[in-house]
Each structure stands twice: as C-alpha cells, then as structure tokens.
Design a protein around this ligand. Structure first.
Ligand code: ADP
Length: 295
C-alpha cells in the first residue's frame, strides 16, 4: 500500500485569451472548479494505477472541503486519516491563457493546519510500501513524515514542488527525489540534468528527474544514469503529468518492479494523462497503462 502525506486544493481555473495585467480587467471564456493539490493528485494517480492508497492531510470546513474529500473517496483513496480543519480549504487560483500558459496563486488554507502526525498516521505509514511527499504542507510536518517513514523502514519518495530550499533533515530522510528539470535546477544551481542529478546524489541515494516530453533520467549511487524516453504523443493538457508519473512509479516500485521497467510504466501513465484534458480526471487506470505498455 501507499500513503500520501500531502495537500488537497480546489483548483479554481479561469480560461482567458490573455491574462490581465495589473489593474486591468479582462473577460474570460470559462470557469471550472477542479479538485487538485499535488498530494491528492498523486494519491488519485496511485489509486488508479492499482494500489491501495491512504491520504494524510486536511480539507477545510467549507463546501470545497466536502467536495475534495468526496473526490478522493470516489477515486478509492482511504480518507479515514484526512483531517477536517476549521476554516477554508486550500485553493489554487489559476489563470490559463490561449497559449496554454498559466499564472497561479496557491492559498494553503487547511493544508497549513497539518502540523503534526498522530499515532494513527504513524501506524499507517509503518505498514506502507512507500510514503509520497511534496512541499505543499508545512515543511516541518513533511520532514516529520519522512523521518517517521525512514525510522520504520518505509521508502520515502519526495517531489520537491513547488520549488523551495529543502531542510537538510528532510533531504537526509529521502530515498528517492523526483524533481522536474526546473526544480532540479533550482535545487542545485545547474541546468544540465545529468550534472544536476550528480549533485543531488551527494545528498540522496536515488534521483529521477522528469524532462517533460523528453522523458526522464534515473540516477543512483550504484549504477550509471539511465534515460527513459517518453512515448511520442500529442499533449493537450500537461497539468499534473508529474503527479501522474510519481503515483504510477510508486506503485510499480512498491510491487518490486526493477527501476527501468517501473520508469517505463510510469512514463506510459503520464503520456496517457497528457493526451486528455484535466488533472486527476485525466489519470489512467491500471488496465490502460498495462494495455499501452504491452502494445
Ligand atoms: P511536471 O508535470 O512536474 O512539470 P514534467 O513536465 O517533467 O513534470 O512531466 C512529467 C513526466 O510526464 C515526464 O517525465 C514524461 O514522462 C511525462 N510527460 C510530460 N509531458 C509529456 C509529453 N508532452 N509527452 C509525453 N510525455 C510527457
């Protein structure tokens, strides 16, 4: 099983021809509310990829909180340990323009109320094959989660997004770090992915850097780096491609698949998701990933 310690956000998405400048008002075309948050997205991706998944985090006491919890329940994610914190849920205010560019404001809301782990959380983590972490909860609790998993012998997989400096104690408790190339560059100060991977291996034992349509790069202290190409597809919406990739990767690794095969399978999952609009709604089911992998 997989445990996600992470965020839930309601994505409030405005589609406009052109984003407004400061002080300007523009008329948009469409508005959508979509359940999201990196934590919840990874949980849904892993559940659809076939794992038993539990989510630790918090939704608010507003209407969004009800919908965010229901979305996870509907995806088959266990929400028994998902808290409901007094006040608003996390929200992401997203403006998408006609060129597919976006500008985003995230307000953590209830996510900020996840400040410590309970005994129940620890027991759940201790029974898992992997703990998935991102940086949309307070860094103190992300660090506590990673350290708890490490102590209990559970693999920790950290997506260092949104990019920010990592506490050394968090890095020290991370088994597999999965940045995209921008996050890798932000963490290391070098833009070449191979050089960034080498720098990151000084502090974590295994790294996967995702490279968008160019695939991904895996590096460990044991063997030379390997690149896995992404299936060539027509992307219509790359939102949450990275979360889909990590969710599927965790499932494959949790089942004991060797790294190259696990990466290829995760790449197929992510490629399926970018061909369909939406974030969690676009994530593929295990049968689809298997079918595409074997074709
Ligand atoms: P993020 O979504 O976090 O920015 P990336 O853009 O690197 O991360 O995408 C994560 C993974 O999703 C990539 O490693 C790749 O496997 C897959 N992916 C992303 N964009 C495409 C694309 N246009 N075509 C095929 N696969 C893609």
């Amino acid at each position: 099983s997989i445990v996600v310690l992470g965020s839930t956000n309601m994505d409030l998405v405005a589609y406009v021809a052109r984003a407004p400048a400061r002080g300007e008002t523009v008329t948009g075309r469409e508005f959508r509310t979509v359940p999201g948050g990196k934590g919840a997205n990874q949980a849904v991706a892993a559940a659809r990829a076939g794992a038993e998944v539990s989510m630790i985090g918090a939704v608010g006491t507003d209407d969004f909180g009800v919908r965010l919890r229901a979305a996870l329940d509907g995806a088959g994610v266990d929400t028994d340990l998902l808290r409901t914190a007094e006040g608003p849920s996390g929200t992401a205010h997203i403006v998408v323009d006609d060129e597919g560019g976006n500008a985003i404001v995230v307000i953590p809301g209830a996510n900020g109320a996840v400040t410590a782990l309970t005994h129940g959380d620890e027991a759940l983590i201790g029974n898992a094959d992997a703990l998935l972490l991102q940086l949309e909860l307070p860094l103190s609790v992300v660090t506590e989660g990673a350290r708890t998993a490490r102590r209990l012998g559970v693999r920790t997989i950290l997506t260092p997004a949104p990019a920010k400096p990592l506490p050394p104690e968090l890095v020290a408790a991370t088994d597999l770090l999965v940045p995209n190339e921008h996050e890798a560059a932000a963490l290391t100060g070098v833009t070449d992915p191979y050089a960034a991977a080498e720098a990151l291996l000084r502090v974590v034992p295994e790294v996967v850097i995702t490279l968008g349509a160019r695939g991904s790069l895996y590096a460990s202290r044991e063997a030379p780096p390997v690149t896995v190409s992404a299936p060539r597809v027509t992307a219509v919406d790359t939102t949450a491609a990275g979360d889909t990739f990590v969710g599927a990767l965790a499932v494959a690794l949790g089942e004991g698949r060797p790294v190259p095969g696990a990466l290829a399978w995760a790449s197929v999952a992510a490629a399926l998701s970018v061909q369909r609009p939406g974030a969690s709604t676009s994530m593929p089911y295990r049968s689809e990933i298997d079918m595409e992998t074997n074709s």
